[in-house]
Each structure stands twice: as structure tokens, then as C-alpha cells.
Design a protein around this ligand. Structure first.
Ligand code: PSU
Ligand code: MN
Length: 304
């Protein structure tokens, strides 16, 4: 049934069949999360970082209506060049993009869905979507959180950007039974900074310990994902005030311009990037690489 829609790259399929580690990667971060051409460079570097750790990368997207688990370089380049002209695809969008034979860049939620279809357990990215600031009024809560509640994939990220309300995001995850693991940290990382005022649920020190907990969770059919929060390496972390100011400005602009719905996160990401110059982009790239390496190590431990 699934074969009717799903193409798993041969290298990825072979790795999965042989119980070799595979790490899923999203494509909205390429098209909507970073500017061209660094988005393409980053996507390729991230794949390479995963290979250097002995795992196989599977970048996920929809290409001409086919669900793709594993992209080639030309496909990655295409998504990066097209940028926001490509549809941003979350759970609700998948069947419509498929039926219309269009291209789509998958969010964390949609990437989890396609990874689970292929049997991939570990996914690395930059930051997850969450409860937006002001959600008490706007109801803007990313579908990523509901996907984490339901789909059996671990998401390695650097926490969430403070364009979101981190406290409400934590509460939402708690209600949905989604554990937040801190990798070698007690504090919920805030993407550009290693720490926030929020805590995590379980601090674990090694990829092996994380893999053990994942195995236990899914062996017991405790469905849903896990957030593995991996702080940005110290040398790439940003000064909190610089990033806070940029985020405040971007949020004010978004409100003034009436930006809402799925346009909200890409608008804020682009403005924060512009307002902080290249610095935040460099940090962003480094933390994604760091997450890819940890994801590969967790995937390897999970296969043992
Ligand atoms: N946060 C980032 N970078 C990103 C995203 C979030 O720091 O690229 C992207 C991810 O694809 C995430 C999506 O799944 O934004 C969330 O969008 P929304 O808030 O519309 O659900
Ligand atoms: Mn939203």
C-alpha cells in the first residue's frame, strides 16, 4: 500500500534492512529555515557529518508528489534554491501535495511521519516548532507537538527558539506525555543559547543511555516521540541579549504585518537571521551539525 506513494533511497533501504543506523533529516529547514545558498551547503554538510559517524543520512521531502526518504544532491539543491516557493508541508498538507504531484518541504511533523513509514527511529534537526508566544490569543501551536505525541521517532534538536513560549511548550509536551531528555544538561536549551530558565525531564549522559530509553518506550508500545535536547556547543552560542532583541523586533513586525498561520515561523526565522547578520546563521548551522552527530550516535546505539 505504502509503496504506491513512498520511495526509500536504495542506500537507506539497505541500511534499514541490515539494522544499520539511519538518521532522518527534514527539508523545511532547507527551504524555509535558512537563506540560499547556505541552506544547501548546510544540508550537504549535515549529511556528511552523519556519514562520518558511521550512519546513513535520509533527508526527507515530497518530490513531484512522491514521498522521498533519502534525497540526492540535485533534489536538495532544488529545494534550497526554490526556498519559500516550495510548499511547507506538515501533517495536514501531505495528501494534497501528493495528489497534486507537487514538491513539498517537510516540517518536523511531516518528517517524523515519513521517517516512521520507512522505519527510521532517529531524526536530527535544528529546532522544533512549539507553542508560540501569545498562543493564549492566537491558538498558534505547531503541529510538531501533536506529532511528537503520536509518532514513534526521537527528535534531536537544540531546544526551541524563543520566538516560542518555551514554558508553554514544555507544558504542552508534558500533557501529551512527550519526554524531554537533556543531553548532558539539566536546562532546556534555547537554540542559540545553551540554557533557559526551563528544565528538562531526564538528563542523560550518553547516546547509549538515550537509545536504551527509546527501546524501552517503544518495546512497551508507549507510543509517541521523544525530544532529545542537545545544547549548542559553547563556542558557537550567542549573547542572550543580542538574540532576545532580534526576536522581540521580529515578533513586533510580524504582529504589525498580520503574519499568521504557517507563514509565521518562516517569517520570524528569516527576520531573526537578517537582524543578527551572519552570526545567528553560523550558530544555527553549527548546532544542526552538532545534532546530526549526536543523532548518528544515538541511531548507532539503538541498532546494537
Ligand atoms: N525552528 C527552527 N528552524 C526551522 C523550523 C523551526 O529553528 O526550520 C521549521 C521546522 O521545519 C518546524 C517548522 O517543523 O519550522 C515549524 O513550523 P510551524 O511553527 O508552522 O509548525
Ligand atoms: Mn503555527
Amino acid at each position: 500500500m505504502l509503496e504506491k506513494y513512498l520511495d526509500i533511497q536504495p542506500e537507506v533501504a539497505e541500511a534499514l534492512a541490515n539494522n544499520q543506523p539511519v538518521v532522518a533529516l527534514e527539508s523545511t529547514i532547507i527551504s524555509h529555515g535558512m537563506p540560499y545558498p547556505r541552506n544547501v551547503e548546510t544540508a550537504l554538510l549535515v549529511e556528511q557529518a552523519i556519514r562520518e559517524q558511521g550512519a546513513i543520512p535520509a533527508t526527507i521531502a515530497i518530490i513531484e508528489g512522491r514521498l522521498k526518504v533519502g534525497l540526492d544532491e540535485a533534489q536538495i539543491r532544488h529545494l534550497g534554491q526554490a526556498g519559500q516557493a516550495v510548499a511547507k508541508v506538515s501533517r495536514r498538507d501531505i495528501p494534497f501535495i501528493v495528489a497534486a504531484r507537487k514538491d513539498g518541504a517537510t516540517t518536523v511533523a511531516a518528517t517524523m511521519i515519513l521517517a516512521a513509514m520507512a522505519g527510521i527511529k532517529v531524526f536530527a534537526t535544528g529546532g522544533i516548532g512549539g507553542v508560540h508566544r501569545g498562543a493564549q490569543e492566537t491558538f498558534d501551536i505547531s503541529a510538531d507537538l501533536q506529532e511528537l505525541a503520536n509518532t514513534d521517532v526521537a527528535v534531536v534538536c537544540a531546544g526551541a527558539k524563543s520566538i516560542l513560549d518555551l514554558g508553554l511548550t514544555r507544558e504542552y509536551l508534558e500533557t501529551q506525555g512527550v519526554p524531554v531528555v537533556g543531553y548532558q544538561t539539566d536546562s532546556l536549551p534555547a537554540f542559540y543559547t545553551r540554557e533557559s530558565e526551563h528544565s528538562i525531564d531526564y538528563r542523560l549522559e550518553t547516546p547509549e543511555a538515550i537509545a536504551e530509553a527509546l527501546k524501552a518506550k517503544w518495546a512497551m508500545d508507549l507510543k509517541g516521540g521523544v525530544v532529545v535536547a542537545n545544547p549548542i556547543p559553547e563556542e558557537y552560542a550567542m549573547a542572550p541579549q543580542v538574540i532576545t532583541d532580534a526576536i522581540e523586533t521580529a515578533l513586533k513586525e510580524a504582529e504589525k504585518q498580520g503574519i499568521a498561520g504557517k507563514a509565521s515561523t518562516p517569517f520570524l526565522l528569516a527576520r531573526v537571521c537578517e537582524l543578527t547578520g551572519g552570526n545567528s546563521l553560523d550558530s544555527n548551522i553549527q548546532l544542526v551539525l552538532n545534532n546530526a552527530r549526536l543523532g548518528a550516535r544515538i541511531a548507532a546505539a539503538y541498532c546494537r
